[in-house]
Design a protein around this ligand. Structure first.
Ligand code: CP
Length: 321
């Protein structure tokens, strides 16, 4: 759907809106470019001049801790100028349309919009209507996609497991409302894992889940058996318009990840979560803070992956080297 809008005529990234339609080669290029940036956070001077003179606007119409701050850090480390729009105090509250906001920011000669919005398709809409020199990155749109989150998750998996071939991955929890799960499933299948399982009650799985290239399961013991990677998701109550569960405590009993349930996975399985985590709802503290958890590594990796996507969409292919 987004393939032609996302890519230049030479097959390079112009916008980053969705994993859909992107090749294994391109996803691998993002991971390799991110790897070249990963060491910069350890340097005394945490900066490279790749995007000096570029202006990047963070347009977050929905709350965020991890994504907004790591996009800002990524842009700063690439020496770009960053403008964080405070939507709550912007003219949006006076009735200005999204397109008028974009037109006004374009008039300030900016180079990139990083967009988070509660409506699916918002970043795509901006990419369709913005000036040709501007790149748009989707930082999460409704229930649709969160492609940079999926790529930082792929980066973290590759760091620990070295390759995707042969891996069994379980995604657990509220798949129905999760833009992260949709993007992860596309990325995992494109990169060639052996199996993607989704584990949830029927009420929290999309109707046509099998067409997504996953194995749906409703039992944690069966679903976690012999997996290499466990990805936990929170209940996205802000997107629930009716009762999908009896109670949070019942959900934790059946689907919450505890040390006992984790024993079904391979001994070297890693535990992931895009955050924010809800302790005692989808994950026990002893697992979230335990030796198999790579949750905070995911956050750190977000900086390098977002640096990669920013440089690639703005036409710098080659990373930090
Ligand atoms: N994972 C994620 O998108 O977190 P934030 O909502 O804090 O950005």
């Amino acid at each position: 759907m987004h393939r032609h809008l996302q890519l230049t005529e030479h097959g390079k990234l112009k916008h980053f809106l969705s994993i859909e339609g992107l090749s294994k080669r391109l996803l691998t290029e993002i991971l390799d470019t991110a790897e070249s940036f990963a060491g910069i956070s350890e340097h005394q001077v945490k900066k490279v001049p790749l995007l000096r003179g570029k202006t990047i606007v963070n347009l977050f119409f929905e709350n965020s801790t991890r994504t907004r701050t790591t996009f800002e850090l990524a842009a700063t480390r690439l020496s770009a100028d960053v403008l964080n729009m405070n939507i709550a105090t912007s003219a949006t509250s006076k009735g200005e349309s999204l397109l008028d906001t974009i037109r006004n920011l374009e008039a300030m000669h900016v180079d990139m919009f990083v967009v988070r919005h509660a409506l699916s398709g918002a970043a795509h809409f901006i990419a369709q209507h913005t000036a040709p020199h501007i790149s748009v990155i989707n930082a999460g749109d409704g229930q649709h996609a969160h492609p940079t989150q999926a790529m930082l998750d792929m980066f973290t998996i590759r760091q620990h497991k070295k390759q995707f071939a042969g891996l069994k991955v379980a995604i657990v929890g509220d798949i129905l409302h999760s833009r992260v799960a949709r993007s992860q499933i596309l990325a995992l299948n494109t990169l060639g894992v052996a199996e993607v399982r989704v584990i949830a009650p029927k009420t929290l799985l999309p109707a046509h889940v099998c067409s997504m290239g996953v194995i749906p399961l409703h039992d944690m013991e069966e679903g976690l058996s012999d997996v290499d990677v466990v990805i936990m998701l929170r209940l996205q109550k802000e997107r629930m318009n009716s009762a999908f569960l009896p109670s949070e405590s019942e959900f934790f009993k059946c689907y919450g990840l505890t040390e006992t349930k984790l024993q079904q996975a391979k001994p070297d399985a890693i535990v992931m979560h895009p955050g924010p985590i809800n302790r005692g709802v989808e994950i026990a503290s002893s697992v979230a803070d335990g030796p198999q958890s790579v949750i905070l590594e995911q956050v750190s990796n977000g900086i390098a992956v977002r640096m990669a996507v920013m440089t690639m969409t703005l036409g710098h292919h080659g990373g930090a080297a």
